[in-house]
Design a protein around this ligand. Structure first.
Ligand code: DLL
Length: 432
């Protein structure tokens, strides 16, 4: 089944024409309405008249997370606050988060894109989805929530955590769909298995998993443990949230909603566009968004674009699985964490040196982040209570800045290995 056949199966030539028209309108609007973009375009020597076709997108300057942070909170919004009806946010590299504003129209488009994804997975209005992504500033919970409602299905707004209760309600309410991060799906699957309830007590058949990288191996494990078919859903808050792209029944890459976004792959070093099939950094230009339109937004996600036709009939480009990032962002239990955020906390607190090491592990399918930190020589003490107090303060501060709990280990001065070149700040032991 296809949710919006005219759009999803539009012949490519027509689609490119539509993209061109929408791009032109977007550029016109931001050039005249958002001083940030006018300045950027003038600096790059591009005028709105230079943008006539979808292919002209490459003439536009890039936008980055730093641009959003530097114009915190609303500097890149292109609609007046009176038209914005929702805000979401995600973590920035340091300091300010990036804030995303949606107009009513943006929310409708988003709900439709998630409904398209769920339809591509084989879901319909007869399905009941347990949404176990976090609800809040993170886009996962509400994104899937309104997508399921738009589809006409039943949504159980579980949010994340409270795993025992999730298992109980999955048995009692009989959801046929589950939406959460793939690592949480594995954790839930184990909790279901250990609950003592037989598999036949559960009715799950479809999973919508994303927000973090996962592999074919993990897919097989999740499918086996939960007895479902597991589908990938990709997105990022700056561009929209979950549903920027999604798999179909054929599971050969994720279809990008090209009637809303123009996708490119660039070389992250030279910033030159790369041809289809060549891996590089994914870049999106939004062509329908009103609240926060983004021109050539650098996602920092590494992937490649697939242009061969898909047997499902959708004509859009697909993207392969995300293989990594061109920056150092980590995704821990679905939460984006930058090592620089840890560093900024350490710099705020006089008791610590800026020498630290982040060690990430996956234990029983849960991500664990350990932060080893050197205490400054003048603050190091043999007195347990002083060190416990210090550790407590750092743990709290990290939790409030990162949004997830870290296992803090205080170490003696001069014990974290110094490097002569690039400091190695992260050891990621997770096998995805
Ligand atoms: O993670 C939106 C989302 C929610 C997507 C629920 C899918 C499901 P952010 O918190 O802004 O938004 O994080 C975006 O997460 O740039 C990727 O690095 C990573 N990511 C998202 N989906 C996938 C996926 C949401 N399917 C960042 N595979 C992105 C690999 C993913 N990485």
């Amino acid at each position: 089944m296809i949710w919006n056949e005219p759009m999803e199966c539009m012949p490519r030539e027509e689609l490119r024409r539509l993209q061109g028209e929408r791009l032109r309108a977007t550029v016109e609007r931001v050039y005249h309405g958002t001083p940030f973009y006018r300045r950027k375009m003038q600096a790059a020597g591009v005028a709105p008249d230079d943008i006539r076709y979808a292919e002209d997108v490459v003439k536009l300057p890039f936008t980055t997370k730093d641009d959003l942070r530097d114009n915190y909170p609303y500097g890149l919004f292109a609609a007046p606050m009176s038209q914005i009806v929702r805000l979401h946010a995600s973590s920035g590299t340091t300091g300010n988060p990036t804030v995303v504003g949606y107009t009513r129209c943006d929310l409708q488009a988003w709900a439709e894109m998630v409904a398209r994804a769920l339809t591509a997975y084989g879901a319909s209005g007869d399905d009941i989805f347990s949404v176990a992504y976090g609800y809040g500033l993170f886009t996962g919970g509400l994104g899937l929530h309104y997508g399921v409602e738009h589809l006409g299905g039943v949504v159980i707004p579980m949010s994340s955590g409270n795993t025992r209760k999730q298992v109980q309600l999955m048995r009692d309410f009989g959801p046929t769909g589950l939406a959460c991060t793939p690592s949480y799906a594995l954790y839930l699957g184990e909790a279901m298995r250990d609950s003592g309830y037989p598999r036949s007590d559960f009715r799950l058949r479809i999973g919508a998993f994303g927000a973090e990288p996962w592999s074919e191996g993990m897919r097989a494990e999740i499918e086996q443990l939960l007895g479902i078919k597991a589908y990938d859903i990709y997105g990022l808050s700056e561009i929209m949230g979950p549903g920027v792209s999604h798999e179909c029944q054929y599971q050969h890459g994720s279809h990008i909603h090209e009637d809303h976004f123009i996708a490119e792959i660039i070389d992250p070093q030279t910033l030159e566009p790369l041809p289809h099939g060549v891996p590089g950094e994914l870049v999106f230009t939004t062509i329908t968004k009103e609240g926060l339109p983004l021109l050539r937004y650098r996602t920092k996600d590494l992937t490649s674009l697939i242009a061969d036709p898909c047997p499902c009939g959708r004509t859009s480009l697909r993207m392969s699985r995300i293989t990594g990032r061109s920056d150092d962002m980590l995704i821990i239990r679905g939460v984006n964490v930058f090592p620089s955020q840890v560093e900024s906390v350490l710099l705020e607190m006089a008791e610590f040196t800026p020498h630290y090491l982040i060690v990430v592990d996956r234990v029983n399918n849960l991500d664990i982040m350990q932060v080893q930190v050197e205490v400054g020589p003048e603050h190091f003490s043999d007195e347990m209570s002083a060190m416990i107090e210090l550790k407590k303060r750092l743990t709290h501060r990290l939790q409030s800045v990162l949004g997830i709990a870290a296992d803090v280990r205080l170490v003696e001065p001069n014990t974290i290995a110094r490097s002569e070149g690039k400091a190695r700040r992260v050891v990621d032991n997770r096998k995805l």
